[in-house]
Design a protein around this ligand. Sequence first.
Ligand code: HPA
Length: 284
Amino acid sequence: MTSIDPAEASSYIQSYAQVQPSVGLVLGSGWGGIAKQVRVSVDLPFSSIPGFQTTHAQGHEGRLLLGQLENVPVLVMAGRFHRYEGYTTQQVTFPIEVMSLLGITELIITNAAGGVHPKLKVGDIVIVKDHINWLGGIQPAFQKKFSPVASSTPARQTTDLYDDASVDRLLAIANSNHINARIGTYLATLGPSYETRSEYRMMRKIGADVVGMSSIPEAMAAKHLRISPLVLSIVTNVANPDQKSTVNHDEVLEVGRNTEANAEKLIRGFLKSIKGKGTGGANS
Ligand code: HPA
């Protein structure tokens, strides 16, 4: 467990930053191309930032960028930390604590996921409206730190993490750009194995639309820190419980590369709409 104070990391990042970022972006598998679109003013390897871990996941660059996208000051994590890499929830969510100290108010969390809803196709985007969390909660100590009402007894969890208006706005942006997107429920597993056919069948039965191995710890931490989280999944494989198949990470990355243009349009459209709301920062 990290004992580094997030304030140390935020001061370190702030010593490079000229503009305060208002929006955070966590780029997971399949979304890394967006980093190339950012007008970068600061580029820091995760390994240089106090308290940050190193990411071993394939396709995750492990860099933190500050810059502008659609004239919105953004902080971009090109890569993330996963529970399946052996990191604790606290280590996985440490960057979100840092983002909070840096003044981020909205966080877009992206990932690659398996399509569980039978209508989903490879390359579709799912805008998450709710989740099923099999990764466990964030630590009581974390909750206590940020919420005076939290104690070491079972943690309070808000039932509505995701802002309906933002979810609807994202769907409208997707539709107007002819991007196949739907609203859905994300089920978070520990991984690192993909699912068996029986597991996919069960997940469908309990109401999951997509399944993946990330994002929810970050979304929960963000909500606790009063950052509004959004989670976007690119469907990189679809579950067919009635047919034998194998999923591998190379296929997941390949789909991401093919759908990069859609991912970029969606994020750009959303940032433009934020700017329209007047939260794009003084320099936008
Ligand atoms: N299951 C879990 N995580 C995933 C999958 C999947 O099928 N596809 C991409 N990430």
